[in-house]
Design a protein around this ligand. Sequence first.
Ligand SMILES: NC(=O)c1ccc[n+]([C@@H]2O[C@H](COP(=O)([O-])OP(=O)(O)OC[C@H]3O[C@@H](n4cnc5c(N)ncnc54)[C@H](OP(=O)(O)O)[C@@H]3O)[C@@H](O)[C@H]2O)c1
Length: 332
Amino acid sequence: MKAHVYRRNGEPTEVLGFEDIAAPAPPGPNEVTVRITKRMVHPLDDLMVRGYIPAPIPAEGTVPGGDGVGVVEQVGAGVDPATGIKPGQRVMLFPASGTWSERVVAPAMAVIPVPDDVSDTTACQIAINGITAIVLMRAALAASGGAPLLVTAAGSGVGHNLIALAQMHDAKAIALVRSDAGAAILAPSVPGVAVVSSEHDGWAAKVTATGGQAPAVAIDPIGGEMSAQLLNVLADGGTLLTYGGLDPRPSAISTIPLTVRQLTLRGLNAYGWLASTPVQRASDIADLFELARRAPQNFAEYREFVFTQATEALAAAHATPRRGATILTSET
Ligand SMILES: NC(=O)c1ccc[n+]([C@@H]2O[C@H](COP(=O)([O-])OP(=O)(O)OC[C@H]3O[C@@H](n4cnc5c(N)ncnc54)[C@H](OP(=O)(O)O)[C@@H]3O)[C@@H](O)[C@H]2O)c1
C-alpha cells in the first residue's frame, strides 16, 4: 500500500517520500483495520518531520499522522458489536499513528463510529482537535465561575472547536488572533463571538473591555512571550491553560504575580482524555457530534489536498493567516 515515509528529519520536500510499504497484518483481537479517507495536517506533523520534536525513527521509517477518518474494512475477534464498529462503518480515529498511509490497524477503543449526518471533513476536524478542546473546555468551565474565557490562536482548528464548545455551554468566549487580517477571516465563521487582534498595543485592555471584565481563564497554545502577557490580562485568581508551544521560546514568567494574584498555570493535552471513564468519553464524543451539527460554519472553511500532495499540504498548513483546516484526502 502507499504511504508517506521519512527515514531522517529535515525539510519535508527532501525527506518525505511517497512509497509502497507492506500492508498491515490482519487485525488481532480487539483491533480494527481502517481504510483512511482523510487526515488533518497539523503543525505537529511538520515539527515531527523536521525533527523539532525529538522522536526516534525506526529502521523502516516513520509514517506521519496522528488522527484520521476512514471506513472499517476488517474487525478482529472480540470487538463488541454494540460499539457499532463493523465493516463499511465510517469512523474517526483517536489516538492513532501512521495515518498518512492507505490503511492502519487500530485498537477498537480508538475507533469512533461517525454518524451519517456528520461529514468526513467535519469528523476530521473534530477528532484530535475536538477532543483537545473538550479537555480544555472542561478545565476552563471548572475554573471560570461564569467569567469570560479568552481563546488565543483562535483561528486554529482547536480554537474553532473551543469557540463552538463555549457557545454550546453558554459560556462567553473572546477570540484572540495575532493579526487584523486573521481577525477579518475568523469573525464571519464565529458569529456572536468578539474577535480581538493582538497586532497592536492596547489589545489586553480591549480584551477586558470586550468581556466587561478581565477573563478568568485564558486557553493558549502559543506560549513564549505570550504566557506572561496572558497572566497579566487574567483577573486575580485566574487560570492560564496551556496546550502547545507555537512560539517555542521559553516563557519568562515571574512567580511574584503568580503568588500575589493567586494565578494558576496548567498544562493539558488530548491524551489526558484517555484517562477519563468510558461513559465520560462517550458523552464527550456525543457532544462533539452535536457541536458539528450546531456550528457547521466553524468547520466550513478548509483546504483539501490529494493524498500524493503531502508536502504541498504541509506548506499550506504554514500559510498565515490561517483559512481553516488543511486536509489530506485519499481517493475514494
Ligand atoms: N495539547 C494537545 O493535545 C494538542 C492537540 C492538538 C493541537 N495542539 C496544539 O494546538 C495548536 C494549534 O493546533 P491546530 O492544529 O489547531 O493549528 P492550526 O489549525 O494549524 O492553526 C494554527 C494557528 O496558530 C496561530 N499561530 C501560529 N503561530 C503563532 C504564534 N507564534 N503566535 C500566535 N499565533 C500563532 C496561527 O495564526 P495565523 O492564522 O495568524 O497564522 C493559526 O491560526 C498547536 O500548537 C498544536 O500543537 C495541542
